[in-house]
Design a protein around this ligand. Structure first.
Ligand SMILES: Nc1ncnc2c1ncn2[C@@H]1O[C@H](COP(=O)(O)OP(=O)(O)OP(=O)(O)O)[C@@H](O)[C@H]1O
Length: 309
């Protein structure tokens, strides 16, 4: 994922102690215009990583660079205003404010705040502007947060489980808005998510976190194109000869093989005069399960761990 041009976020050996856990060391570079999905079990450190990127939490060690520069303490306002953030848990200080009052406050922080855009999004998302934020439903509050995060036309959007609490209609609207941002404004997006469909539709790269560690980074399309389940008639030896096998089973003469090198496997079988009877592309959640179990080949999951793509 790393490219010399335009790195928006660069983390280098970043660590943070959280209770009895340690997050990191995390090394990651995110170039401009890409969408990165942060995935991992509950408690794997996704929110903490986002907190460090918003400076809500300071790392214990390592370096973070925003748009090519690192900062001590708080981010300066001219950098802060390029970053839109949608937290997993809402800011309690705003509970007593209406959406309109909270937006006025936020507009003070963001010099690029676009009131027309904010109002347009509030209308589209059907968020009541004059109701106290604490009285909004969870989904309404999240829709407000999304409108407020998008209103200043951020260059970097950090989203922590953005679809949590959204109904399917609101979820679809959110995807449309995020797609528009990616297309029209080339916004870089880093989003923590558990929703496979969201990753499938939006992400360019997937970063997998596990127990505070970054297990790797993979190109989504490459993952989806490479993982296949194939069936053919043959012997156990025929199946054992195939490359990058994650799983295999046998029923009589029928062999079932899950491989990350489906194209090469097809060539090997063809050379042996064996016809493939059926092929199925692996679903993203299956791929992620194999990844979390450490079965995926390193070259597919090491993009962005500091090496050149
Ligand atoms: N403020 C805090 N103080 C102490 N420990 C914390 C704090 N916030 C998080 N933790 C711990 O840090 C670890 C990482 O939590 P984090 O919220 O970053 O994970 P996550 O991947 O976002 O989880 P989830 O998917 O449940 O939102 C967990 O063990 C959590 O209990």
């Amino acid at each position: 994922m790393r490219n010399a041009e335009n790195i928006v976020i660069e983390m280098e050996n970043v660590t943070k102690a959280r209770g009895s856990r340690q997050i990191g060391p995390i090394t990651l570079a995110v170039p401009a215009g890409y969408v990165v999905a942060l995935v991992g079990h509950n408690g794997s450190g996704k929110s903490t990583l986002l907190h460090m990127l918003t400076r809500l939490a300071l790392p214990d060690s390592g370096q973070i660079r925003w748009f090519g520069r690192s900062y001590e303490g708080e981010l300066p306002p001219d950098v802060r205003q390029w970053i839109g953030y949608m937290p997993e848990h809402f800011f309690a200080e705003e509970n007593r404010m209406t959406a309109e009052q909270a937006a006025k406050l936020r507009a003070l922080w963001y010099s690029g705040w676009d009131e027309i855009r904010f109002r347009g999004l509030m209308e589209k998302f059907e968020v009541p502007a004059h109701t106290k934020l604490s009285k909004l439903s969870k989904g309404e509050r999240r829709r407000f947060e999304l409108a407020a995060a998008l209103a200043p036309h951020p260059r970097l959007l950090l989203l922590d489980e953005p679809s949590s609490g959204l109904d399917p209609f609101a979820w679809k609207m959110m995807l449309e808005e995020l797609r528009d941002c990616m297309r029209n404004e080339k916004t870089t997006i880093i989003m923590a998510t558990h929703i496979v469909d969201e990753i499938k539709r939006l992400a360019d790269y997937i970063v997998l976190m596990h127990e505070g560690k970054l297990l790797g980074c993979a190109e989504k399309d490459h993952l989806l194109e490479s993982g296949k389940e194939i069936w053919f008639e043959g012997t156990e030896e025929d199946a054992a000869d195939l490359p990058c096998v994650l799983e295999r089973s046998q029923e009589g003469l029928l062999q079932r093989v899950v491989t990350m090198e489906a194209a090469v496997a097809a060539e090997v079988l063809q050379e042996a005069g064996i016809r493939i009877l059926r092929t199925r592309a692996l679903e993203l959640d299956e791929l992620m399960m194999h990844w979390a179990a450490g079965r995926l080949p390193q070259h597919m999951t090491s993009v962005g761990k500091g090496n050149e793509a």
